[in-house]
Write a protein that binds this ligand. Structure first.
Ligand SMILES: *[C@@H]1O[C@H](CO)[C@@H](O)[C@H](O)[C@H]1NC(C)=O
Ligand SMILES: *[C@@H]1O[C@H](CO)[C@@H](O)[C@H](O)[C@H]1NC(C)=O
Ligand SMILES: *[C@@H]1O[C@H](CO)[C@@H](O)[C@H](O)[C@H]1NC(C)=O
Ligand SMILES: *[C@@H]1O[C@H](CO)[C@@H](O)[C@H](O)[C@H]1NC(C)=O
Ligand SMILES: *[C@@H]1O[C@H](CO)[C@@H](O)[C@H](O)[C@H]1NC(C)=O
Length: 167
């Protein structure tokens, strides 16, 4: 094996390693969260395995019913600005609050006054992006979902007590 082919092997390994290590996104609690009616719930989106320290994250929390269309709850863009989406408009009171808890790693969605209407799937979608030749490019994506569940007040309370969900 000459020098150039050895270099090629190394290069290929490096590329493979990059492809395999995708962004790791998880939602806590998950895959199911049970919250008593009238309580506030905090859903945490945890992002690990970022590939570049200098990268920026674009993050979205989305809501969807079983087979329904996804609705935007909140989006954090490259400037870290928070844009509340469509989803919150149907509530009269402030319904959610979004905040970064641990810089670059945990992003919380606080949902106020849980009711049966809040049942559904909450998805956190993350893109890791960098600027390359003055253009933003996504080079790693990650997604995770949790399901907020409950049929009636009784069922919610019962499940909460038996499961000991810390909320
Ligand atoms: C992804 O992160 C979660 C928690 O943040 C961890 O439990 C899990 O093991 C990680 N997965 C991989 C493939 O590293
Ligand atoms: C939910 O949050 C609101 C606003 O911070 C607070 O006033 C209320 O007491 C909280 N409700 C519960 C059940 O903790
Ligand atoms: C806002 O909601 C309407 C209907 O609920 C939908 O048609 C539209 O695509 C939504 N827009 C965005 C940006 O999500
Ligand atoms: C919580 O939501 C219920 C409806 O699900 C409403 O009747 C009640 O007034 C709300 N409480 C607060 C503090 O907004
Ligand atoms: C990340 O997602 C965006 C849009 O959803 C897509 O255009 C892009 O190709 C994805 N990139 C990777 C590395 O998966």
């Amino acid at each position: 094996m000459n020098i150039s082919s050895a270099f090629l092997v190394l290069l290929t390994r490096a590329l493979l390693a990059e492809v395999c290590e995708a962004l790791n996104v998880s939602v806590i609690p998950g895959p199911v969260a049970v919250v008593p009616q009238g309580h506030n719930a905090t859903l945490t989106c945890r992002v690990t395995q970022r590939r570049r320290p200098s990268s920026l994250l674009v993050l979205r929390w989305l809501f969807s019913l079983e087979a329904g269309q996804e609705q935007l709850i909140v989006r954090m863009n490259v400037r870290r600005a928070q844009v509340y989406g469509n989803y919150t408009r149907r509530f009269h009171q402030p319904k959610v609050s979004f905040f970064e808890e641990k810089e670059g790693e945990t992003y919380n969605l606080l949902i106020f006054n849980i009711s049966v209407e809040d049942r559904g799937h909450y998805t956190c979608k993350v893109q890791e992006i960098t600027k390359h030749h003055s253009r933003w490019r996504a080079f790693s994506n990650g997604t995770a979902t949790t399901e907020l569940r409950g049929k009636s007040v009784e069922a919610l309370l019962m499940l909460d007590l038996s499961a000991g969900v810390p909320l």
